[in-house]
Design a protein around this ligand. Structure first.
Ligand code: ZN
Length: 189
């Protein structure tokens, strides 16, 4: 299989993913520049690597020849570009949004694909999807409204929901704002 063309991925990010994401979920925080996409060592998790205010998007080396998987991982990282923090810390709201968007991107651009977040019901990314997907369906404009008040996911508080007039339950707000730690169980049942 030919290797995935990084420039093609960068074009996809700039012209397909980010315009879609910014229209629905609010604009990307300024001050950061994506300078490259790299394929990292086998088994390495996709992530954003920071170098000052520059961002290098890392995708897994083992999908280097699979444009479908590369787009899937890139779509997830594209959501993290909305409010980069320079740290790996995120919350369920942001991880769930990233996972949901990556699936939506696949459904739209690779119809018939067989990619799933996980087959393990305890998988935390799957838990995040189960949390955020119904939230987005119930409150389609919520992310945009929340980010108009507080652009950074990590800085949102229950007051942000109140100010943005996103009227979901306190229990749901607490779950959405809970820290996402990929190595531990969610802080609820
Ligand atoms: Zn993520």
């Amino acid at each position: 299989m030919p290797l995935v063309d990084k420039h093609e991925l960068m074009r996809c990010l700039s012209y397909d993913m980010l315009p879609y994401i910014e229209e629905r979920y609010g604009v990307m925080n300024t001050g950061w520049t994506v300078i490259d996409i790299e394929f990292t060592g086998y088994g390495d998790e996709p992530r954003l690597r920071y170098n000052g205010n520059n961002i290098i998007i890392h995708l897994a080396q083992n999908i280097r020849d699979n444009v479908c998987f590369a787009c899937f991982q890139l779509a997830h990282e594209a959501v993290h570009l909305l409010s980069p923090t320079g740290t790996p810390h995120t919350r369920y709201l942001e991880e769930g949004l990233a996972a949901v968007y990556s699936l939506r991107f696949m459904d739209e651009h690779f119809p018939g694909h067989n990619i799933v977040i996980s087959n393990d019901p305890a998988d935390l990314y799957l838990r995040a999807v189960y949390l955020v997907d119904p939230f987005l369906n119930a409150y389609p404009d919520a992310i945009k409204k929340l980010r108009a008040i507080e652009p950074c996911f990590n800085a949102m508080t229950p007051q942000t929901f109140h100010d943005a007039q996103v009227a979901c339950s306190q229990e749901l707000i607490d779950k959405l704002l809970a820290p996402f730690k990929s190595a531990s169980a969610p802080p609820w049942g």
